[in-house]
Write a protein that binds this ligand. Sequence first.
Ligand code: AR6
Length: 182
Amino acid sequence: MEISIGKTKLKTITGDITTQSTDAIVNAANSGLMGGGGVDGAIHRAGGTAILEDCKKIIAKIGRLPTGEAVITTAGNMPSKHVIHTAGPVWHGGGQNEEKKLKNCYAESLKVAMDNGLKTIAFPSVSTGIYGYPVNRASDAAVEAVIDFIKKNPGALFEQVIFCGFDSNTEKEYARALKERI
Ligand code: AR6
């Protein structure tokens, strides 16, 4: 489904984020930025070694990427231009500020995109795989954080923000979360 918030289209899709031709795709990474499983593994495989080279330079500079923050690298061989890496929270039942940390992942990723003049960006469902965050709650947090950021940053000029589920249930939850906020 697709809705508009001002000049920005918010769209839900089901598919492999590594095939998206956006200015940036977001990676559900970890604080070490050295790759891993899930979407992180898929992005490093599809993009090639140039991504890891950029990640190593970033880690040499900042030590580690704190949960909820985001950094940008090349997308290597993928059709997108950049990868924005964010480290999502591990789900511990909801009592450890997981929602705030997850929303920060979206806000910080969009801030990096805005600071780099990017107009189209695709997000995977950060934290809902290996990190165990429930898909319905994560979809609410994702949609809320993105809408909030767009409303607070009219200078961002985003044309399209894509919520990319890897399975149809995740897309269904994104669509529900969006409909509840129209
Ligand atoms: N395209 C889109 N979504 C995908 C893809 C893909 N190619 N592959 C998986 N997903 P996860 P996390 C979905 O586990 O929970 C890594 O080892 C997946 O179905 O990738 O944030 C990192 O290095 C799920 O909906 O990330 C970290 O250590 C979503 O992406 C840790 O896992 C996120 O699942 C991060 O765990």
